[in-house]
Design a protein around this ligand. Sequence first.
Ligand code: KIV
Ligand code: NA
Length: 277
Amino acid sequence: MKSITTQTIRKKKLKNEIITMLTAYDYPTALILDEAGIDITLVGDSLGMVVLGYENTTQVTMEDMLHHVKAVTRGSKHPLVVADLPFLSYHTGIYKTVKNAGRLIQEGKANAVKLEGGKEVTEQIQAIINAGIPVMGHIGLTPQSINQLGGYYIQGKTDEQAKKLLADAKALEEAGAFAIVLECIPTELSKLITENIEIPTIGIGAGPHCNGQVLVTHDILNLYSNKTPKFAKKYTDVHGEIMQAALDYIQDVKHKNFPSTEHVFHLKQDVIDSIYG
Ligand code: KIV
Ligand code: NA
């Protein structure tokens, strides 16, 4: 059994312990997050943008997800690994929904799945849970609906939208979700939602009142810096680090400063003598 389970996550809210979550898409990052003591490693479909170069997350497939989920679970001993169900993998029938969620668990070895939406996806959530698979919800800004939303805007700003999001959160809780991601909503609304449901809320661009926080690892590292959202805090500059290393390497190679003595292999003298006769 993992040291962090969906039960651990639920209990953290009761014990007033903050839940930490970051994304990983590969084995080395998974190892680092594990060692750092993260609670939840999310294999987000954000991988489409930050590692595959897609325009948005609607291009991410089940095969893309599985490829990365497998790498991440190989490197995750302690954290709960949650895998995103990609665009359209849970909208064309209950059978396909459960099958796809099942693949992320059975083939990918994830511990839980996450899917986007409120009331309109509760039937799918119940079916997945009935198969023994824990589900994390995700409401507010739901990037898989980018073509409907028209852009990555803050959600829930009007009283009507705010009430709908609160009702959605309650519906997800009732459907059996073990936690809910709140993305890009006003802090007053995430406070209201957090106080009105028993399962934990995990915020991204949703202020400090959530029961936990999640960010895209590439954003906090400044690794993929083309579209970093306002709510992401940059903790380091990996883009700059890699750039400098690449520039230094190019210069070294051009000027024959690399390879130098310590990087070179040698033949034994008797072998050299024999070759040269
Ligand atoms: O795909 C992702 O990285 C996510 C997080 C932003 C919550 O869904
Ligand atoms: Na996602």
